[in-house]
Design a protein. Sequence first.
Length: 316
Amino acid sequence: MALLSIIVPSYNEEANILNTADRLTEVLTKAEIPFEIVFVSDGSRDGTYTKIREAAARDERINGIEFSRNFGKEAAIFAGLKQAKGNCCVVMDCDLQHPPEVIPEMFGLWQQGYDIVEGIKSDRGEESGLHKLFANLFYGVMSRLMKMDMKDTSDFKLLDRKVMDVLLGLTERNTFFRALTFWAGFSSTSVSYEVQERAFGKSKWSFWGLMKYAVSNTTSFTTAPLQMVTAAGIVFIAAALILGIQTLFNYFTHAAVEGFTTVILLILIVGGLLMVSMGVIGHYIARIYEEVKGRPRYVIAKDTRKERAAHEKETE
Ligand code: UDP
Ligand code: MG
């Protein structure tokens, strides 16, 4: 029968690992779905990996790896995709904000033939007003730029092996998992779920962390900001033409004394725009540089599968 891999990126989640493993085991056993759990500890500085090891010792179906340092959730998801052996996989958060009870429903839809099952948030849970505002702004802009409705999507989704292989085959380093499943295409459907309260511990995202995430995801997925620079340039050339004609007209009619205001304004506006534009271009060049270097996206330091194999050899 088909095997389902559950991929759980975990960063400093020592309080959650065993509980999450138990909840998943309980739900999936009840639904009679053959499964494996792949924890990816993203360079945690607490006892996350020790807990993963503990869970792995209790159940052969549970495994995990530890990064050599924190590489970010995207890298953790991709490492999980690589480790997973299933015919399909579900990616979910370690803090149970993505309710495991939804997984059997996702699996059922996969059995019906869907290749991607998106988890859609029916509400955004206990998020602050500012967080909501920025999230809405970000997804509004992203959805328009990418011509797909990304609102209320999350990293909670089921992927068929085909889709996993497509994502693993991508050579780019700066990925945006949430949007890539839309990009990949295939037949997809969605289930809605209520965002739960984090089980234990606290959220890893700071305000600036989220800002950086938003900028990096936008630029990893679209070059529209670069095109906006061109568009702004065209608008300013048009404006400059009109102003130029007016200036020349004033010059020839000997009325050219006034206009310092215009000059100052123009210098400020054009200067500002130039700086922003250079910043945008610089940002893309930096991204190209990162991609060109071709460094691995993560480095694995520990692996329960390898430890288990080594242990078995020893006891032979
Ligand atoms: N996470 C990760 N690496 C990071 C930050 C977070 O693997 O650098 C994991 C984290 O352990 C959790 C998931 O990503 O399983 C979502 O993180 P969190 O709950 O902190 O974010 P929030 O739910 O508040 O958006
Ligand atoms: Mg969370």
